[in-house]
Design a protein around this ligand. Structure first.
Ligand code: 5GP
Ligand code: ZN
Length: 114
């Protein structure tokens, strides 16, 4: 058991505005939204960064990705488009070291992301 902030959210020890959860994942609204819809999708399993995804995590990541379009649909952004982002390590913008996917939508997105 870790005291990582996202592990604590997954265990219900820290409140979050949860939009979906199952045995594999928890999805909750980001505290500092960067778009009208900004939800974080995390595995319950503590995986620090994308670099730490192992062969044994393949099925888990597949199930999480299978859920993301359904979560986007529940949030009303599936048909208008959305962006899914993972920041891996601090230079790429990672600030919480528990693997997470930002699900962003509700506005037009620029590219490159910067
Ligand atoms: P990162 O910078 O690691 O890619 O993304 C971490 C995200 O977690 C940030 O967008 C930040 O706003 C969000 N965040 C950090 N702490 C909390 C928290 O305690 N609750 C929620 N809901 N979001 C958080
Ligand atoms: Zn964690």
């Amino acid at each position: 058991m870790t005291d990582c902030i996202f592990c604590r959210i997954a265990r219900g020890e820290i409140p979050a505005k949860i939009v979906a959860q199952d045995d594999d994942l928890v999805a909750f609204h980001d505290l500092g939204p960067q778009a009208p819809v900004h939800v974080l999708v995390i595995p319950r399993k503590h995986i620090p960064t994308a670099n730490d995804i192992g062969q044994e995590d393949g099925a888990l990541l597949g199930r999480i990705w299978t859920r993301i379009p359904a979560i986007a649909a529940e949030l009303g952004i599936a048909s208008v488009g959305y962006r899914v982002v993972n920041n891996c390590l601090a230079p790429a913008g990672q600030s919480v070291f528990h693997l997470h996917f930002h699900l962003l939508g509700g506005r037009v997105m620029g590219w490159p992301p910067g």
